[in-house]
Design a protein around this ligand. Structure first.
Ligand code: AMP
Ligand code: GLY
Length: 419
């Protein structure tokens, strides 16, 4: 198969690494790719991932059999629809199905209509009405902008004042912020369960935990994710079964009942309390950095599974998993998730690899032949080991030998599971 991968972050590097191991793979391209992905695929930087027509043309020209779409924006922008219309298969939901991430209102209404467990909510198109409702409900309470807001459109307000201000802040998210969801605050522990689906069958992956806040002890601002590990023991067998039967299966069935066939990765962000899981959010793609932790544990052929998802032929396929644990620690630029410097030279990757780490490039580029930083999240360091304890000890020994100016990372990834 000839494959085109869309994206260039740490998640896409992990996808490229795993896809490259498939005996089905023939030619492999990535747009835009990265210095890490370049080890596996020919990277093409002069086509925008927002330009559906140019991407379709490229796929036709290169006789691509399957396009794997990494990030949410091209999915919400209808890339899968454009490819399918040209007779090209894509892994990743079409525009209607991608609303599950692209519109919080769509996702919440779907869950309510089909009794999928999630926080109670109301939708508002008017700031004053939202504020009246918030005063009635009181804090803690959660305010969300409707559309994609690069992970920043959610405010978990601990006080009434914070909540009322949040309504005004939503306006800064443009169109996304003119429609808001006000949601009941859920207490508990978060986990992520990703699943592959062809719109009919689903196969959940191993449960994981991300670390969204920038500093140790879940302090500081929300980020795209500072580290992940798998398996996450908070999702025991009973909860895993509940997530599959009460959340994942019913969501795919609900979409189908609405006339929408969801093909790709469905990511359920969960809140777990007292042995039950509720949905915090859905994403229409693999998680980042969850993918960098879970794929190194997968023994099955990911490309074959993705092709089955795209073609509706998942049937009764299973995924086989290693018994190991995996942990991924993100090395971030100083200042992230706010502003940070770029173009800083990176050292020590070869040393970390020699200690056994897999290094996934999240925000790097080559400048005059030298590897430098180019994003907020720069590298993901992943270790797999027979126990989580060993994986964590080793991952930090590897992280330590990598260096760029003002680099920072959390020291407590997976600490909750080790307690
Ligand atoms: P979302 O983009 O919807 O995942 O929200 C981002 C983060 O906000 C989540 O990972 C949670 O930590 C938090 N969050 C969102 N909704 C709720 C809720 N209803 N109760 C508590 N925390 C929430
Ligand atoms: N790690 C969270 C996400 O991918 O949205």
């Amino acid at each position: 198969m000839n494959v085109l991968l869309i994206g260039g972050g740490g998640r896409e590097h992990a996808l490229a690494w795993k896809i490259s191991q498939s005996p089905l793979l023939e030619k492999f391209f990535a747009i835009p790719g990265s210095p890490g992905i370049a080890d596996f695929a020919a990277c093409v930087e002069n086509i925008s991932i927002a330009d559906n027509a140019a991407l379709v043309n490229f796929a036709k020209e290169k006789n691509i059999d399957l396009v794997v779409v990494g990030p949410e924006a091209p999915l919400v922008n209808g890339l899968t629809d454009a490819l399918n219309a040209a007779g090209i298969k894509a892994f990743g939901p079409n525009k209607l199905a991608a609303q599950i991430e692209g519109s919080k209102i769509f996702a919440k209404r779907l869950m309510k209509k089909y009794n999928i467990p999630t926080a109670d909510f109301e939708v508002f198109y008017d700031a004053d009405a939202a504020k009246d409702y918030i005063r009635k409900k009181n804090a803690p309470i959660v305010i969300k902008a409707d559309g994609l807001a690069a992970g920043k459109g959610v405010i978990v307000a601990q006080t009434l004042d914070e909540a009322l201000n949040a309504v005004d802040e939503m306006k800064t998210f443009g169109v996304a912020g003119s429609k808001i969801v006000v949601e009941e605050f859920m207490d508990g522990e978060e986990a992520s369960v990703l699943a592959l689906t062809d719109g009919e069958k689903i196969i959940p992956l191993i449960a994981e935990q991300d670390h969204k806040r920038v500093f140790d002890g879940d302090k500081g601002l929300n980020t795209g994710g500072m580290g992940a590990y798998a398996p996450a023991p908070i999702v025991d067998e009973k909860i895993a079964a509940q997530v599959e039967e009460k959340i994942l299966q019913p969501t795919i069935a609900a979409l189908k009942a609405e006339g929408i066939i969801y093909r790709g990765c469905l990511y359920a962000g969960l809140m777990i309390q007292n042995g039950t899981a509720k949905v915090v959010e859905f994403n229409c793609r693999f998680g980042d950095p969850e993918t960098q932790a879970v794929l190194p544990l997968m023994e099955s052929d990911l490309l074959e599974l993705m092709n089955d998802c795209a073609g509706g032929t998942l049937n009764d396929k299973k995924i086989s998993w290693s018994k190991n644990s995996a942990v991924c620690v993100i090395l971030a630029s100083g200042g992230y998730p706010k502003s940070y410097k770029k173009n800083l030279p990176i050292d020590g990757i070869a040393k970390a690899k020699s200690l056994g780490a897999r290094i996934f490039h999240a925000g790097t580029k080559l400048k005059d032949g030298e590897l430098v930083t180019s994003g907020g999240r720069v590298l993901g360091v992943t270790i797999t080991a027979p126990t989580l304890r060993e994986a964590v000890d080793k991952v930090y020994r590897c992280a330590e030998v990598i260096h760029f100016d003002a680099m920072h990372y959390r020291r407590d990834i997976a600490a909750r599971a080790l307690k």
